[in-house]
Design a protein around this ligand. Structure first.
Ligand code: PLP
Length: 294
């Protein structure tokens, strides 16, 4: 986001939090007070790099109290956890087709509030990019009942997205959120029974991206390679400050299933046990099953 802001010629004021923590609204409020000329508050709702989920509603409220528009990255939240664009007052929101919508990659669903449209229409300078000039795109989307050509739509990708959304609608979006939460709880029970821990504190955890500690003395890359080779199971490595310290286990969209949770716990148990890691063996799957049994 910082990179994008700066490429657009704006100045980014960074509000830093520790990796694995949600955005701290108090720090954001302080920054907004310290920079009364700020125009936009931009944040990531569901942080895939660390597994932390921020309170988008509170952040949006603070931004509006300080006359800022809100840009929210919802790439990993859309479809997987509660996201209420209009109720929370999010002004410019983008997502991706390939995370919790379980669609092919290539499309980025976006939405803009009336406030955001107002800002776009009142631009004083032309946007440098033709492709991402939203005034032109808005005309294409049906300005004043017309559709003025801007680009050729990737209709095959759009049909894919349509089908992904039909599947989501059949399940029900609230039911999808609940499914992601349930599978996270089951994975968590198994992980904790094994003796491993979550690094994100409770209440800030992202159900679709589980950041789990690597046990003492265990070779991170070796475990991931064995899971991939022997079980065709890929889990993510830690990034940035968390590299080598955590694994990131994705449970997104179609992949957020009981079958995958039990399979992942069984495979981790076998590989870690085989490597002599200091874990409690043979209890993870049972602990997860108890969550499913209610
Ligand atoms: C995956 C992801 C992105 C990047 O999406 P691309 O389609 O690869 O550009 C951006 N933000 C978040 C939070 C993500 O999880």
């Amino acid at each position: 986001m910082k990179e994008n802001v700066e490429r657009c010629g704006a100045t980014a004021v960074m509000v830093e939090d520790a990796w694995g923590s949600a955005v701290d609204p108090h720090k954001v409020e302080e920054a907004l007070m310290a920079h009364p000329d700020a125009k936009v508050l931009a944040f990531v709702h569901a942080e895939t790099s660390t597994g932390a989920q921020s309170d988008a509603r509170t952040l949006a409220r603070l931004a509006h109290e300080h006359d800022c528009l809100v840009i929210a990255d919802t790439v990993t939240s859309l479809g997987g956890s509660e996201l209420r664009v209009d109720d929370w007052g999010l002004d410019a929101v983008y997502s991706g087709s390939q995370k919790c919508l379980s669609c092919t990659p290539g499309l980025s669903p976006v939405t803009f509030s009336e406030r955001a449209l107002e800002a776009i229409k009142n631009r004083k300078h032309k946007v440098q990019s033709w492709f991402l000039d939203l005034n032109l795109v808005l005309g294409y989307w049906g300005g004043e009942g017309k559709r003025s050509y801007h680009h050729t739509a990737p209709i095959n990708a759009l049909y894919g997205l349509h089908e992904a959304l039909v599947i989501l609608r059949e399940e029900g979006i609230e039911q999808s959120w609940a499914r992601h939460a349930k599978n996270h709880q089951a994975l968590r029970a198994g992980i904790e029974a094994m003796g491993l821990a979550f690094i994100v504190k409770e209440g800030e955890r992202l159900p679709q991206l589980n950041t789990v500690t690597i046990p003492e003395g265990v070779d991170d890359a070796r475990v991931r390679a064995r899971l991939l080779e022997e079980y065709s199971l890929e889990i993510g490595a830690g990034l940035g400050a968390l590299a080598g310290k955590v694994w990131r286990i994705g449970l997104m969209g179609f992949a957020s299933s009981r079958k995958n949770v039990l399979f992942c716990l069984g495979a981790l148990d076998a590989v870690l046990g085989d490597l002599g890691a200091p874990i409690q063996r043979g209890v993870a799957v049972e602990a997860a099953n108890r969550v499913y049994a209610g």
